[in-house]
Structures are given as C-alpha cells and as structure tokens.
Write a protein that binds this ligand. Sequence first.
Ligand code: PEP
Ligand code: MN
Length: 348
Amino acid sequence: MIVNMSDKATEQEIAHIIDRIREAGYQPHVTRGTERTIVAAVGSGRRHEIEALQVAPGVDNVVAIAQPFKLVSRQVRPERTVVRVNGVAIGADEIVVIAGPCSVESREQLLDTAHAVKRAGATMLRGGAYKPRTSPYDFQGLGLEALKILRDAREETGLPVVTEVMSTEDVDVICEYVDMLQVGARNMQNFALLRRLAKANKPILLKRGPSATVKEWLLAAEYLLAGGNREVVLCERGIKTFETEMRNTMDLAAIALARDLSHLPVIADPSHGTGKQSLIAAVSRAAVAVGADGLIIEVHPCPERALSDGPQSLDFTGFEKVMQALTEPLRRALTPPRPIPVAAQSCS
Ligand code: PEP
Ligand code: MN
C-alpha cells in the first residue's frame, strides 16, 4: 500500500502517517520527491488500517500496489534514481561505460587495461577477484591480491571499481577495496547474500539470473531496498533460451521493461549476453537505443590468453572501436513511411 501525501503535508502529518503505518504492522518507507512525499507500507499487516488513512490530515490518497515489488517500483518513486559511484552518476544523462577484464590476472594486466579503457572513454573499471566458475578446476580468481590490484588501479586512473562478491564472508573485505559490489547472475537469488548486501554501505550492481523472469529480478532488488540499500543498479546479461550459437540470449526488451517498471538504473552486459567479440558493438548500440543507462564490457590485453571469458573479451583496439560505434549516428537513417492513401470513411 502507498500513502500519497498532499504537496502541502506538514512534517508532523508525515510523521503521524509513519507512526500509524508501524501501528498497523507494516514497515514505513518514505520517499521524498521534488513535489510530494510518498510513504510506502511494506510487509504484511492490517490492510484496512492503512486504507482508513485516506481521511488522515495531509493525505491525498491511499493506493494498493499492483506489483509484488514495492520499493523498486515506479509507483512508489516516479522519479528515476541516480546511483553515484565515487563520482560517477549511473542513471543520469550520460551513458556510463564500465570496462575491464573478466578476471584480474596480474598487476600488469589490470593496470594496462585500466589505462587503455580510460583512454578510450570508459568511466568505470571492472575486474573479477572471486570468480564463479562452472568447473572447480578452472581459474577461481586471485581473491585478496586482486582486490589490492583493483584499489591500486583506481588510485592510478581515478576510475571507480566494481567487482563481484560471491559470499557473505567476503563482503567486509571487498567493501574495503572497491566502490561497487556486483551480484553475479548465479547469485541473483542468493537471499542470504542479498540481505547482507542490504546492510553494506556500497552501491550494488545486480545482474539478472540466466533463467530469472523480470519480476524475479526486481524482487531480488527489492531485498536490497527493503533491507536499507537504495543504491542499486540492475544489469541485463542475457538469459538461457534454445539458441546455441550465442552464449546467452540478450533480452533487450527486458531493459526497456525494467526501466518501465522500476525507477532503478539499468545497464547492459553485451559480453556475457552474446559471448562473442564480434557482436559487442551492435548489441551495445541496441542496448543504448532501448534505454540502457550504461554498459559493462569485458576487455583484455590479449583475449586469446585470458584465464576466463577470452572469446567474448575485446582487445584494446576492439574496445576503442566499440566506443566510437556508440557515438556514431544510426547507419541507416529511417526513411519516413510513404503515406498510404485511404479513402475517407466514417467510423461507425
Ligand atoms: C562476470 O561479470 O564476469 C560474470 C561472471 O558475470 P555473470 O554473473 O553475468 O555471468
Ligand atoms: Mn566474465
């Protein structure tokens, strides 16, 4: 349930509504917009007591939320959220490009990549320290050593850094070294991890699970917001379908849908979404065209030697080309449709 306060509601009236929501057994979540304040009643409680608040002073109306996700929904917050990551705004006017290797493999590899992606125009750096690998025999990441390298790369380049967190045990140490924590696709529904990250004092990049619906993805984000962390960026990274030529199927419409249903910024990961270097430029342009607030792209100094995700990683020249492609106008300008002559008819 949402209590929409009137634009003239006083602080005392808002405080009264917050108290009444608590009394009715719900948790109050206050969103202060530019014109009015909205108080959401989250959880389960005595619904009729909230409905009755329609007649309380300072209340405009009380509405039921149609979607199971509440705090994430645009009904609760019609204005778009901008998430700030150490000086970089995600969800504002500029498209944010996060680039870097799938895994941090060495100091030299990460620093060379960080400088190269910065020169090409990236505004954030990525790099995996703890890697979720399908096989236990594959490279698992350098852990703490990688975190130190990521911190040094941020100091040298000024690029804020994002890395994946796989376990609640690692949250504190990762928070010491990086600016944003990524919840990987495989962990989207790791509810213990989501609850822990809701209490972390860092923005979260929440990837969509390979077989998650958009509703499940937004409900995963709801765990973070309900637990107290509102700094959440969603990331579409492709889903499993019957297609076998690509690693995943990039669900571009889900980017537009998530932005329609939620106020949170949404970025796209064409690297995992396609698994193919050759498709990154096209899918990046398409993602921006459907409304993505940014991109996360894997870049490696020598993809053929990468310890993870080489086939989808761009080398430095490839990444520069993608950055240029992002600024080019659409190649085929749309020709206006020719008018179709229609005999004037009256409608019945
Ligand atoms: C990654 O970003 O390298 C990664 C493992 O991503 P995902 O969780 O989307 O597979
Ligand atoms: Mn990867």
